[in-house]
Design a protein around this ligand. Structure first.
Ligand code: PRP
Ligand code: ZN
Ligand code: MG
Length: 225
């Protein structure tokens, strides 16, 4: 893979963070057009390429240095960090700043008809999640044993499909839970989006561009406070 002299920024293709991520970059003066069919969007006015990917892939892309910057939820970042530390894969990146959007929580949720009292109601049951590490940490602290059902997507349909008794997934507006006959019972982790940088050494030109973008982000965020 040849090193591009354009700055690569990974953002969520579609989901909780997509619109706000694009809005933030545009308000920083990065001009680009999105073609829904394309993974990459080239900026017209700056040497920047946007990679539009699944949010859960963003931390790994930054930690591996495939992209230079990423906009991601802190919970997704921490999940990937725990995973990579265990696997001895690169697990570091630089958190440049927390952002003022993307507030969401990683929560436990159960079907509406489930008689839930507290987390011990889940003892011995099966929980579907895309965040097995954060779930394990929470349940271990509470001393509750459970069974995993690892799903990379469509976690919200697992109980109805008979794959699990409960789920542990990201909740933002709550619309996904409601649409699937589930209700939230415990919040495991709350966070906002943040912008992260790869730990690799950048060329002076790229590092200068990163600093320019970051100072504009600081200005945009401060103006809203
Ligand atoms: C998360 C989660 C739900 C949705 C919840 O998906 O998996 O699908 O957000 O949001 P809501 O409470 O506003 O309905 P995410 O944005 O991470 O996309 P992904 O499922 O493609 O990873
Ligand atoms: Zn996701
Ligand atoms: Mg989802």
């Amino acid at each position: 893979m040849s090193e591009s002299n354009r700055l690569r920024i990974a953002i969520q293709k579609s989901g909780r963070l997509s619109k706000e991520s694009m809005k933030l970059l545009r308000s920083c003066g990065v001009k680009f057009n999105i073609n829904e069919q394309r993974l990459i969007a080239h900026s017209d006015n700056l040497p920047i390429d946007l990679l539009r990917v699944r949010d859960d892939d963003i931390p790994g892309l930054v930690m591996d240095g495939v992209v230079d910057l990423g906009i991601i939820g802190e919970n997704v970042l921490e999940e990937e960090q725990i995973d990579r530390e265990r696997l001895d894969k690169p697990s570091t990146c630089i958190k440049l700043r927390e952002l003022d959007f993307g507030a969401c929580r990683l929560s436990l949720a159960v079907p509406n008809e489930f008689n839930y009292e507290d987390a011990t109601s889940l003892e011995g049951l099966r929980i579907a999640t895309s965040y097995p590490n954060l779930l394990r940490r929470y349940m271990q602290n509470k001393g509750i044993t459970y069974n995993d059902c690892m799903l990379k997507g469509s976690v919200e349909v697992a109980p109805r499909a008979g794959l699990s008794d409960a789920i542990c997934d990201l909740v933002s507006t709550g619309a996904t839970l409601e649409a699937n006959g589930l209700y939230e019972t415990e919040v495991i982790y709350s966070s906002n989006a943040c912008i992260i940088q790869s730990a690799k050494t950048q060329t002076p030109a790229k590092q200068a561009l990163i600093e320019k973008i970051l100072s504009r982000i600081n200005g945009v965020v401060r103006a809203k406070e």
